[in-house]
Design a protein around this ligand. Structure first.
Ligand code: NDP
Length: 311
């Protein structure tokens, strides 16, 4: 039987509606909207699109939102100075720096310059550390947090389940492992040096792919009835690859022929559909959840700022 598709767009829309209600309540109590600002360095077109989407989504739920744009050749000092300015602005509760940064900037250093209390991306070492230690009061990275919301929405109780995460990045794989562990899953993390990837993946009751490798996970990696979460968002333009990865999706293949490009996940969707119980599509799966959770984190940052005693 074909897997049930997890509709990330609908789950994200519902989540954003709840955030919008929270924003209205916050405005009433605090007399101001929550503020979310994105820092964009350079003019990478994909980053510009993502940043635009985040700002629009924040404005749609009633937040005070904005983009701080810096030129691609901005110096380390320029970026740090701007971050300090917005970091100390009481009208701005959440700040995120759009990645990737130009190569002359040290990403770790720039991310550390976002005050932990405003780090709605959850990348600051203080927030990553709190997650690792299971401490309340930090911010959790939006994509893994979004995956957890999706699983909960589908009524999947992780207690005792085997979860296999393919990918160990700081922004997806590692924080997701902590979140799943906290929900009592038995968690295995795979990466590029894992031996017998298919064999390890076949143990999974819940299999998450976050590698950036189009179609890495095939039918042979999936235990019948597993829940498959595909975090990857990968542009492809090779017709042969498209015919392979979009097999069984005639409309998407047709669109590929017209546009000469498509976005695919890390999972071969057609093969996974035949074996999984639940599956997230790409696009329209995990992607929309990331922005929704960002808004949730920004609202939470605003409440925390409002409740913090002033001296
Ligand atoms: P990174 O490149 O930072 O990490 C990729 C991970 O995958 C690494 O741990 C790497 O292993 C592992 N990996 C790569 N190739 C293989 C392989 N052949 N077998 C097993 N493991 C492999 O990627 P990100 O975590 O930043 O992103 C992953 C994907 O998720 C991308 O497609 C990205 O676009 C997407 N993404 C989607 C988001 C969303 O909102 N839906 C948000 C963020 C990312 P190693 O450590 O050994 O190198």
């Amino acid at each position: 039987m074909a897997a049930e598709r997890i509709d990330g767009k609908t789950i994200a829309r519902e989540y954003r509606a709840r955030v919008a209600e929270g924003v209205a309540k916050f405005k009433q109590e605090a007399g101001r909207p929550p503020g979310l600002f994105v820092v964009l360095v350079g003019d990478d077109p994909a980053s510009a699109v993502y940043v635009g989407k985040k700002e629009k989504a924040a404005a749609e739920v009633g937040m005070h939102s904005g983009i701080v744009r810096l030129p691609g050749d901005a110096s380390r000092e320029d970026v740090l100075t701007r971050l300090e300015e917005i970091g100390s602005d009481p009208a701005i509760d959440g700040i995120l720096v759009q990645l990737p940064l130009p190569s002359h900037l040290d990403t770790d250093e720039i991310q550390r310059a976002v005050p932990a209390l405003k780090d709605v991306d959850g990348f600051h070492p203080q927030n990553a550390g709190r997650l690792l230690l299971g401490q309340e009061g930090g911010f959790v990275a939006c994509t893994p947090a979004g995956v957890m919301v999706m699983l909960e929405h589908c009524g999947i109780d992780l207690r005792g389940l085997e979860a296999v995460i393919v990918g160990r990045s700081n922004i997806v794989g590692k924080p997701l492992a902590q979140l799943m562990l906290a929900k009592h899953a038995t968690v295995t993390i795979c990466h590029s040096r894992t031996r017998d990837l298919a064999g390890v993946c076949r143990r999974a009751d819940v299999l998450v792919a976050c590698t950036g490798v189009p179609g890495l996970i095939r039918g042979e990696h999936i235990k019948p009835g597993a829940v498959v979460i595909d975090v990857g968002i990968n542009p492809i333009s090779d017709p042969e690859q498209a015919r392979d990865l979009l097999a069984g999706q005639p409309r998407r293949l047709e669109r590929f022929e017209k546009r000469k490009s498509a976005l695919v996940g890390d999972v071969h969707f057609g093969e996974a559909l035949e074996k999984a119980s639940f599956i997230t599509p790409v696009p329209g799966g995990v992607g929309p959840m990331t922005v929704a959770l960002l808004l949730g984190n920004a609202l939470e940052a605003a409440w925390r700022a409002h409740r913090r005693p002033r001296n």
